[in-house]
Design a protein around this ligand. Structure first.
Ligand code: SAH
Length: 435
């Protein structure tokens, strides 16, 4: 979501005539986009802010814009006081405060500032920054802003505001614009992406939106994330199974495998519900890959309760598990009511146990790809090898002198590990022989 938000700011800045620079000391404007989902992310944001301060001392004309979840959607005078060298504060996903500031400080008329503001917000006409045009293979489009679910541990609803779906016309226009600029793969984003359209009863739901997007010529692949077990529908699963452009990959966090922990998290389902959901996803979408998120050390989580998470993960053998150690977030229900009673060492121990488990599960799943021929969408060269992904979102590296950017090519998997695979390109001659 933050990558998508940053791209929006870059696009709005380019329309004002700014170009990017990799060197902060050369910049006229610095935008720091922030995440606060865990304390470590918040600490990192303050660390980066501190490192920008000397630049501002040296160049008083430098404009520093703090954006994103550290700012949130409400005015925060304490933050302004704490950071006097920050010129502009912007909520998540909104380039307007910065654009207003820049147009106003150029002392143009108010009317022109208003035009620039509207221009920056005209999503449909999203123009990628010049540096990434033609080179960006995979792009993100936020389709649901905010979140209204309020899991007890999560700060996102407080910082990104209530759930709002974007009009499908805007999303389609943006997708067309991205494809015209060379994008081959689009990932739709939402905190609970399956809820897309709930607040727009006259428009399409997520399946309908995906079907519309799948009609765009030149677009090779569609993805979406993140799903919530209670909102993912049979219609959506069938839509994925039936539509070749939609990748068979589902990101659906479980968070914990113990029912009373799930209840304390206010997730709204049981471990058994999740188990059944995984079985259903696998039955309806053959060859699907499934990713999950897990938090260890949630307040009150006993070793026995953690063990249930471990056992369930061992049983389900999912493709990916994003693991996090519980981090108290001020203002959330868990922070106010539940404390933080699992020690840092114990959280780490549980984290490592799941990490080791998942490493062996992933290695086992990947080993099944060995010798198989699969289509890979290639994105960019990394240290002399081309990096791409399978439809199931597996990372694949391929040694070749060809320029593969943006191409979908069949490859034969020659090596697999827990985190990535290596492959060899199948030349056209090979594939003719096979045919
Ligand atoms: N709405 C999305 C994204 C949430 S943030 C979703 O539900 O997946 C991504 C992940 O961060 C969450 O899934 C959760 O596993 C983790 N997370 C959120 N709040 C956290 C907290 N307070 N401590 C540790 N991990 C957290």
């Amino acid at each position: 979501m933050n990558v998508a938000d940053s791209q929006r700011v870059a696009s709005a800045l380019e329309k004002l005539g700014y170009a990017g620079t990799p060197r902060p000391e050369e910049a006229d404007v610095i935008v720091l986009n922030t995440c606060v989902v865990r304390q470590s992310a918040e600490d990192k944001a303050f660390g980066r802010l501190n490192s920008l301060r000397p630049l501002k001392d040296r160049n008083p004309n430098l404009v520093i814009n703090l954006m994103g979840c550290l700012v949130g959607t409400r005015d925060n005078p304490r933050l302004r006081e704490r950071l006097p060298y920050v010129d502009v504060f912007s909520p998540p996903s909104d380039p307007a405060p910065l654009i207003d500031f820049l147009t106003r400080s150029e002392t143009r008329g108010a009317e022109e500032a208003e035009t620039a503001r509207r221009h920056a917000l005209m999503d449909g006409d999203l123009q990628l920054p010049e540096q990434v045009q033609g080179s960006l293979v995979s792009a993100y489009i936020p389709v649901v802003y905010g979140c209204s679910h309020a899991c007890t541990y999560c700060i996102i609803p407080y910082r990104r505001g209530v759930e709002v779906s974007r009009p499908h016309e805007d999303i389609l226009a943006e997708a067309h614009a991205l494809v015209r600029q060379g994008v081959k793969e689009i990932t739709l984003l939402g905190q609970i992406v399956d809820r897309y359209g709930k607040d727009r009863p006259d428009g399409p739901n997520l399946s309908g939106l995906l079907r519309l997007l799948a009609q765009i010529d030149g677009l090779e692949r569609l993805r979406f994330l993140t799903s919530h077990p209670n909102w993912i529908t049979d219609e959506l699963l069938d839509c994925v199974a039936e539509t070749p452009k939609i990748c068979p990959h589902i990101e659906v966090p479980i968070q914990a495998g113990d029912d009373s922990v799930l209840e304390n998290m206010k997730r709204g389902y049981t471990a058994e519900d999740y188990r059944r959901l995984v079985a259903k996803i696998r039955a309806r979408i053959p060859g699907v890959s499934i990713a999950t998120d897990i938090i260890v050390g949630f307040p009150g989580e006993t070793p026995e309760q953690f063990q249930r998470t471990y056992d369930l993960l061992a049983e389900l053998k999912l493709d990916v598990a994003h693991l996090a150690r519980y981090s108290t977030r001020p203002g959330t229900v868990a922070a106010r009511r539940l404390g933080d009673d699992v020690s840092a060492e114990e959280k780490m121990r549980r984290f490592r146990l799941l990490e080791q488990l998942q490493e062996s599960v992933a290695a086992e799943i990947h080993a099944r790809y060995l010798g198989q021929t699969v289509p890979v969408l290639f994105e960019e060269p990394v240290k002399g090898r081309w990096r791409g992904r399978t439809t199931t979102n597996k990372l694949v590296f391929c040694q070749t002198h060809e320029n593969l950017r943006g191409q979908v090519r069949p490859v034969e998997i020659t090596w697999t590990g827990p985190w990535s695979m290596q492959a060899r390109l199948i030349s056209t001659e090979d594939s003719k022989e096979n045919a």
